[in-house]
Ligand binder design. Structure first.
Ligand SMILES: [Zn+2]
Ligand SMILES: [Zn+2]
Length: 273
């Protein structure tokens, strides 16, 4: 009896190991994730979504340069009641046009979605939400980016760390708009437009491979203690731009921070303007 169990276990382990090996091989060779979408002409087509499901920074060069993709299409969803200011989207468009080489243009489409009524979101839940609503994926020379302005807050917020946004895939970002709004309206504090624009541009900066995360550094300026951020406290990529408590202190001047010269040099060396 004992002998039998042992044999079964061994057979099971070998089968499991083989399955695991097969799984790895499959992933390494081809990781197509096909999805049926309705294109702009209203036709159903099958697209490979895996190119838009890579790590943050993996598409930095594709976003910055005109070589592989000469057009950028952004699909930005917002929960009703949590849409960004019109001025924020205009600032964002200017920001993109001033940094990215896209000879066929950059477009932003805003799409309302129903109130979610959720108090918190994990990154996993945001990925799942994206997978259920995203309609634009890379096609030929057109690069697609997905963004979402959410109600509720990030599940990993701490007492002094209210996360305002996250870049969580190579072409995906989220803005926790309800949290952003909760930090606006303070006397002498930054306007909602400035808060939103800073977080939005900062998260897109991560998609552009900043700092040292897909776009190689030309000089040493990574604040390693705070991960993929810049050591210049006036730079858009300074770590405090991502939490409400930090951003309120950073934005004393009331204007949207820009990339400092070291971040700009990195972006330009990787195909950007
Ligand atoms: Zn950041
Ligand atoms: Zn910088």
């Amino acid at each position: 009896m004992k002998k039998f169990t042992g044999l079964k276990t061994r057979v099971f382990l070998i089968a499991f190991a083989f399955g695991f090996w097969l799984g790895c091989t499959k992933d390494n060779n081809k990781s197509e994730e096909l999805k049926e979408i309705v294109n702009e002409e209203g036709e159903t087509e099958t697209v490979d979504t895996s190119v838009n499901k890579k790590s943050v920074g993996d598409s930095a060069n594709d976003l910055l340069s005109d070589a592989n993709y000469n057009e950028l299409k952004l699909e930005v969803f917002y929960v009703k009641g949590f849409e960004p200011e019109n001025a924020t989207i205009e600032n964002f468009e200017n920001f993109l046009n001033s940094r990215l080489h896209k000879s066929q243009g950059i477009s932003i489409e805003m799409k309302p979605m129903a109130y979610q009524g959720k108090e918190t979101y994990t990154t996993q839940e945001i990925r799942a939400l994206e997978d259920s609503i995203r309609t634009l994926y890379n096609e030929d020379k057109s690069l697609a980016v997905f963004g979402i302005f959410l109600d509720g807050e990030y599940a990993e917020n701490t007492e002094n760390g209210s996360v305002l946004g996250i870049a969580y895939r190579n072409t995906s970002f989220v803005i926790f708009e309800e949290t952003v709004q909760s930090f606006s309206g303070q006397t002498f504090g930054p306007s909602l437009e400035v808060l939103e624009s800073t977080v939005l541009n900062h998260e897109f900066g991560h998609l552009l491979g900043m700092v040292n995360a897909g776009t190689p550094m030309q000089t040493s300026h990574q604040d390693e203690e705070h991960g993929r951020h810049c050591s210049d406290d006036n730079c858009l990529m300074y770590w405090t731009a991502e939490t409400g408590e930090g951003l309120i202190n950073m934005l004393s001047g009331g204007s949207i921070p820009e990339f400092d010269s070291q971040c700009l040099a990195d972006l330009q060396a990787n195909g950007g303007k």
